[in-house]
Design a protein around this ligand. Sequence first.
Ligand SMILES: [Zn+2]
Length: 516
Amino acid sequence: MSAHIATVSFQGIDVLPVDVQCQLSNGLPALTVVGLPDKAVAESRERVRAALQALGLTLPPKRITLNLAPADLQKEGSHFDLPIALALLLAMGILPIEELCRYIALGELGLDGRLAPVSGVLAAAMAAAGSDRGLICPAGQGAEAAWSGTEILAPDSLLGLINHFKGHQILARPVPLLAEDGGPRPDLRDIKGQETAKRALEVAAAGGHNLLMIGPPGSGKSMLAARLPGLLPPLEPAEALSVSMIHSLAGQLGEGRLLQRRPFREPHHSASVAALVGGGQRARPGEISLAHLGVLFLDELPEFQRGALEALRQPLETGRVTVARANAHVTYPARVQLVAAMNPCKCGYLGDARMGCGRAPKCGADYQARISGPLFDRIDLHVAVPAVNPADLSLPPPVETSAAVAARVAGARALQAARYAELAPDRAIRCNAEADGALLEPMLPSTGGARRLLLEAAERLHLSARGYHRVLKVARTLADLAGSDGIGRLHIAEALSYRRIGQGLAMGLADASGDK
Ligand SMILES: [Zn+2]
């Protein structure tokens, strides 16, 4: 039997098998790694040599060849250290081949032989479970790997692993851990006034709709956005696993614990395209994938780079993002709810000369023009968040809590889940915002008056086909919130009121700047 050990390579969320083979032959002493290694893998030679030396092991004076098969797959990252070291130890007869061939191994080695965390352990563990193998990973990530249910060995050093296989010191089985709950979430009760915006937030949560808030600085747009995750249903176990997998691949799963809460990501407006949608040298997942099954909040929307915003369009439509790289395309899940916020104009206080804006309405038109029509079109709910007036601040705190709103949202979501389980049993559609194609047919309004209102508005507002469908979906959510079977005139009217702002500058920004 030749000395070899299984490990993996990551391509997006796909885990591809890699076999590390080691051969000792006569010739000038040398250690070479072949099989398309990147710089980090090539450097692994030095780390492995030092780690073995720290254990008092010297490499045999032979020609040592390590091959990472298949040869045509680019190998990236430092997680190849451990399998390379293990393949060497197998070739040197220090570890038993029969036992190690039951495992997949990954981990980075320090010069002293300690194992350092690497990204992607959860995905590797799921792949190991799928192929009936165990997983060897660094100690700090045992809790993450344990969720796969397969056998996990999580030593803190190479020595610990050798001792385990020699029977000197058996490694404890790691237990699966959840991330800390993180204390109470921000509550809607903290926000006085802003009833229109709160209603829009509830509708967004109920139907999974994208939301844009327009209002002057200090009106509470960020506070409102931060309260959306608290209105959404809790993560299902399968969802928690897939969200955690992406965070693990990005090297962002804290202490190897599974996430419990829906992600809420708020990248800064200076974020690059790669940071937002993924990419860069290693094609890492971007913010939109880290927000998968949660909320992506973009504050100061027009300040984002145009290219970055345009790159969001496709994933917002498909729930997936494809990152191009030198030799392949990598796809990550990116099913997010977009919440965006912006000031009505560059100065922030459109039309308010006291606050320094004397150029309305051009000031607002210029600012809003930084966002393309197609991106606006993908946002179902546009809502004005006017400046807080002192009268609102002196009111007693609102009685309605996030929990009460979340209960209504859960009711509306249950209706949607039942509907799409019946209409499209083979697709995992959770909410109205995700419905498309033939699923929109049954959404047509139930009364003639409602239908007429929709058609007239579509013409008057020059709604695109996408815009028209989005109005229908929002109306469906409003009907679900009201527990109504059919979509009525009121539902259509309210759904249309959320589209106005993005439709026309003259109409919309006048609304956005004044009290509604
Ligand atoms: Zn202005």
